[in-house]
Design a protein around this ligand. Sequence first.
Ligand code: NAD
Length: 507
Amino acid sequence: MSAVHLSQASGSAAIPAKQQIADSTHLQGRVPVTVAYGDGIGPEIMEAVLRVLDAADAPVRYDVIEIGEKCYSQGHTSGIAPEAWEVIRRNRVLLKAPITTPQGSGYKSLNVTIRKALNLFANVRPAKAYAPFVASPHPDMNLVIIRENEEDLYAGIEHQQTPEVVQVLKLVTRPGCERIVRYAFEYARTYGRRIVTCMTKDNIMKLTDGLFHRVFDEVAAEYPDIVAEHQIIDIGAARLAGQPNQFDVIVTLNLYGDILSDIAAHISGSVGLAGSANIGSEAAMFEAVHGSAPDIAGRGIANPSGLLVAATQMLVHIGAAGTAERIKNAWLRTLEDGIHTADIYRPSVSALQVGTHDFAAAVIARLGQEPRHLTPVHYRAGGIHVVPAPAAQTTKELVGVDVFLDWEDAGRNPNVLGATLESAIPEGWSLKMVTNRGVKVYPDGLPETFCTDHWRCRFVPRNERPLSFDKVLALLGTLHAAGLDVIKTEHLYTFDGRRGYSLGQGE
Ligand code: NAD
């Protein structure tokens, strides 16, 4: 099969060119969606999902691409061929079945590649229990985690700076925070959810997590119809694990979101039923949370629900909320009627064990029906649109510099380093403090503080404001000439008069 082919709305197989032309009228006005059948159970569940979409007359048409094992084996280290990229970029909506990630080095994660290449800034993971029809330790759980997907510690900027010290840069941007927070509130409105909880660690990371929290408060003020609350991530995570029914929508930074969404998926009892969306301003990818399940591939018994739920997220995304609603309600009714695939079948609650094909048929037979016990879904029409606020003008002023040194001498005695610096610094500068791993060790440090070989030395000008970069260069030149090993600098700025750097502990 070529990497790309057009298929009709029911779409699993390539269709003749003649028929494509005949169908083109029918396909007009439909949203083009890129479809990837993936590996393992991927083709079976995708086929089932597309049959349901067709039966519901979802306003989409499909361009099928090849990804996964076959592409990896052809030497594409990201699991995708360049021509398939073209289709993804053109259509901007991707419905993706799971793939089997090859073992061993030299291969890149396809998901990470797609996320980064398409700037998919939001990862959206609903975690819901469908008790009593599907067993769950938390029967009332029904929450969504909206995780920032591009920033934070995942920018992957790491350095070793001294023999003992490595660092990673945690990057958090105002537009990044605003986009994800706004998305969370828009999501809450579209999906009829009432509470958005922000989780950060801003009691410790006052600038980075503090920015996320501040932007959350600003954006929340524009959504008076939705309850907004903030929790510190550690206690928030504990509450999520213990009482997940207290949460509705959670919005958080990348790392916290990564951890929370796995906790939530694990405790919901229905990982196999969960879908996930990766959303960007230009493109979006929808998939099941589970993997390619090679152990049951080709047997026709896999549960297509995770991918089907992801497909309903996709329909809401493209503005087809009504179709998404019809499919989701029919699916809920199917679960409720006890029509279950083997993974969720329990003789005490299930009425009939079915395979992938018959499960899809059962959903199709229920299109137009709503669940009687589970809550039916109602989505707001129009999809989710995030309009970023224009960038504000700020006045930035250089007011000092942190110089980082690799320094080993004198048994790492901070007072010796302090004295060396005091005698080396040029006219017009003063040494404000020296810290080691963030703890102030000079002046007036405590002898008990453990010191590594990595020192931050904060210099501020005695009088000159604003400070010039030339003066910083002169300071660095003097330190270098004194034999000190400067490993990096961080400028200290104020923005509109507000301090843009942390104070040292003990300062
Ligand atoms: P998995 O989710 O594929 O399977 C875990 C267990 O759950 C297996 O017993 C499997 O049979 C069962 N299961 C999963 N989905 C099911 C479904 N829809 N219906 C019924 N049972 C289902 O996880 P794994 O075994 O750790 O990973 C298998 C492969 O999938 C690996 O190569 C992994 O890298 C890949 N993977 C891909 C994605 C993705 O493409 N997004 C995500 C996770 C894992």
